[in-house]
Write a protein that binds this ligand. Structure first.
Ligand code: SF4
Length: 364
């Protein structure tokens, strides 16, 4: 059986898929079914400690406790919107960093928006997440734990996952793919891949790579402007990839996967929300027959951007619809709980851990 000597760094067994876990467990001298029990305990029962997986032998549990990591994750804050249909979480990671996740209740089910990185190096002007740059990538286990912790806290099943929180998913490609495989696996939460959306700011090689993997997930691309010139004003990544290259990659995604790409468009007052912006966007997208999700941008304290007036938002939508482009306005929610990407994490950085913990109101 296992040699009970503590390793310096604990092994991240929660990021292992079932095959990898079987190999690890068999290396410890236990049969494969013990790996399956462990996997089930972590990914179906959502246990946070090996001691709670009581069908494992005692000696195996004590070895794993000293040598393996299954969740170094704590809820630092949880804020609930007045309508009680949105909860924003701030989770503390083992190394002192923190990430945000958002839970939203819809008629069709519960959706969780997760972060894929601590910080982000894409630097979009209207986003609080990019202000401090990239700190590090999240592991598959940390992304899974965002979904698991929310499932435990709400006591409700998550049916949709959107990888649209802090971070650029294609900047952490392999871990994001592993997360998708594990969260959608029948051995885990079994969330349908049709209900998983990966949102990119337009990293062309990432779009192609995801298309070639054909995972069956939805791809959303943040466009936010109809021309390269305008896009460059608010998104530094536009200096790297042109809109034409992005649209060609999206066409390739459709060709290889049969799934139409949707576009995100954050409406910023006086920047990209005019009638002519809408006309030009409609012209650009008329051939793609893609869905456009309009997002009235949440104001970010550190930036001067303001949210478009509701009149402009509705007019923008009507112009797109008239040109045959299906456009929805993202449900107005959560601005009362600082729901703009990255804002809660930034306010955490400016407060002490204790102060944030006192602000947590979920469940009250
Ligand atoms: S919008 Fe997304 S890609 Fe852009 S800085 Fe924010 S997290 Fe990064």
């Amino acid at each position: 059986m296992a040699d009970i000597t503590a390793e310096e760094t604990k092994t991240d067994i929660k990021s292992m898929n079932r095959q990898e876990l079987r190999a690890y467990v068999s290396g410890l001298g236990y049969p494969a079914y013990r790996a399956d029990q462990l996997y089930h305990g972590m990914h179906v029962k959502l246990k946070q400690s090996v001691q709670e997986i009581s069908n494992l032998p005692k000696d195996m549990r004590s070895f794993l406790e000293g040598n393996a990591e299954i969740a170094d994750f704590e809820t630092l804050a949880c804020l609930e919107s007045e309508k009680k249909d949105t909860k924003k979480y701030l989770f503390g990671l083992g190394d002192g960093n923190a990430v945000e996740s958002v839970w939203m209740r819809y008629r069709h089910g519960n959706s969780v928006c997760i972060s894929s990185q601590v910080g982000c190096r894409m630097g979009c002007d209207f986003c609080a997440s990019g202000i401090g740059g990239l700190v590090r990538n999240l592991t598959p286990a940390e992304m899974l734990e965002e979904v698991y912790a929310i499932t435990r806290e709400t006591g409700e099943r998550v049916s949709n996952v959107v990888i649209m929180g802090t971070g650029e998913p294609f900047d952490n490609f392999d871990s994001v793919v592993k997360f998708i495989e594990m969260v959608s696996s029948a051995d885990g939460l079994n969330i349908s891949r049709r209900n998983i959306t990966v949102s990119t700011c337009g990293i062309v090689p990432g779009i192609i790579k995801l298309a070639e993997l054909d995972l069956g997930v939805t791809l959303a691309v943040s466009l936010h402007a109809y021309s390269d010139e305008k896009r460059r004003e608010i998104m530094p990544i536009a200096n790297r990839y042109k809109i034409k290259e992005i649209l060609d990659a999206c066409a390739r995604y459709f060709e290889l996967t049969g799934r139409r790409v949707s576009f995100e468009y954050s409406l910023i007052k006086g920047v990209n929300d005019s009638e002519s912006d809408a006309q030009s966007l409609a012209e650009l997208l008329k051939k793609s027959r893609s869905h456009v999700n309009l997002i009235p941008v949440n104001p970010v304290k550190e930036r001067n951007f303001r949210r478009s007036d509701i009149k402009n938002v509705l007019q923008f939508q009507q112009i797109l619809e008239k040109k045959g482009i299906n456009a929805t306005i993202r449900r107005e929610m959560g601005s009362d709980i600082d729901a703009a990407c990255g804002q809660l994490r930034r306010s955490y950085g400016q407060n002490t851990k204790g102060e944030m913990a006192d602000e947590g109101i979920c469940g009250n």
